[in-house]
Design a binder for this molecule. Structure first.
Ligand code: AMP
Ligand code: MG
Length: 302
């Protein structure tokens, strides 16, 4: 399928879930079971479309790399078992590994805690020409840390900067940080894979039952379910406070993994297509050199 058609379709599939202005956003507006016109069952058609998108993404990424001006940062956030890893694996499956970097952010270590919370993420930002994926990110600082304020104790913040508005201040800093990146040529898209609590239960039970999935299971993850509502509130507030035109959130229905993947890849394609990526034109002098090199090669038999 032609790239332009895949790009047009990607816009249709991703924009319904894009939030560019958080003020009126409500998490309850997005149904985790939504699958647009796929109707919840039409998995094979979605898988076919994803294959076309993977091919398109590979073409766009080649241009991004060759042009070497823009970078793309994709931030992926979700509750456990919402399908972050699978989405990254499937969506990036056709992309040249040299042009893509994936970083996962876990509980910060002692070196990381000795710095401001953006530090470890700044070190991993994608360079020009690259796609960078953050599997979790600085957003954990307004999500898990907000739900478990005891985590703040480990952050060694001076009392004078630990005011009542700490999380509002973090939102402000994140907005400014992302604006700074955007103004310097990093396109940003942020994803919240929005899964229902019932679906998470099913997936945890599957992890317990299937031997190849057991390694993914952690008892701690089940305990976190007690805080589900607090997490949803924190996600909603984070999205409301940090969704902007230059760093939109995509709130992606995540009860159907095949649909989640299609929306994530659509959003990345839509973002890249908006950058007007093109292969650099060689300057006239380089054209003459290319012609001379060609003649040189043609002159000899071997
Ligand atoms: P996973 O992505 O399932 O391997 O788990 C990583 C864990 O690290 C999750 O439970 C996150 O909530 C946690 N985590 C990531 N970033 C932070 C952070 N800044 N502070 C505390 N916990 C974090
Ligand atoms: Mg986990």
């Amino acid at each position: 399928m032609k790239l332009s058609r895949v790009v047009a379709r990607a816009g249709k599939l991703s924009r319904p879930f894009r939030v560019t202005n958080g003020r009126r956003f409500r998490l309850t507006d997005v149904d985790p079971g939504d699958a647009l016109d796929f109707g919840g069952k039409d998995k094979s058609r979605a898988v076919e479309e994803l294959a076309q998108q993977v091919e398109a993404l590979s073409q766009l990424q080649e241009r991004l790399y060759a042009q070497d001006r823009w970078a793309l940062l994709a931030v992926i956030q979700a509750m456990d078992a919402a399908g972050k890893d699978g989405a990254i694996k499937h969506v990036m499956s056709g992309v040249n590994p040299q042009g893509c970097q994936v970083f996962s952010f876990k509980v910060p270590n002692s070196e990381e805690l000795d710095h401001d919370y953006l530090w470890r993420c700044v070190r991993c930002l994608p360079e020009r020409g690259r796609i960078g994926i953050f599997n979790r990110s600085y957003y954990e600082e307004v999500l898990v840390v907000r739900v478990h304020p005891e985590l703040l104790e480990r952050q060694k913040l001076p009392a004078a900067v630990r005011g009542r508005n700490l999380f509002q201040e973090r939102f402000e800093d994140i907005r400014h940080f992302e604006h700074h990146l955007a103004r310097n040529g990093t396109a940003i898209c942020k994803f919240f894979l929005h899964m229902s609590k019932e679906e998470q239960k099913k997936r945890f039970l599957a992890r317990l039952e299937e031997p190849e999935k057991q390694w993914k299971f952690s008892a701690v993850d089940v305990r976190e379910r007690r805080y589900w509502n607090q997490y949803m509130h924190a996600y909603e507030d984070a999205i409301r406070s940090t969704a902007t035109a230059h760093a939109p959130w995509y709130v992606v229905p995540a009860d159907h993994k095949w649909f989640t993947r299609l929306v994530v890849s659509s959003a990345i394609i839509d973002t890249l297509a908006g950058l007007d990526l093109r292969y650099p034109e060689p300057p006239p002098s380089a054209k003459r050199e290319l012609q001379a090199a060609k003649e040189e090669l043609m002159k000899r038999r071997t």
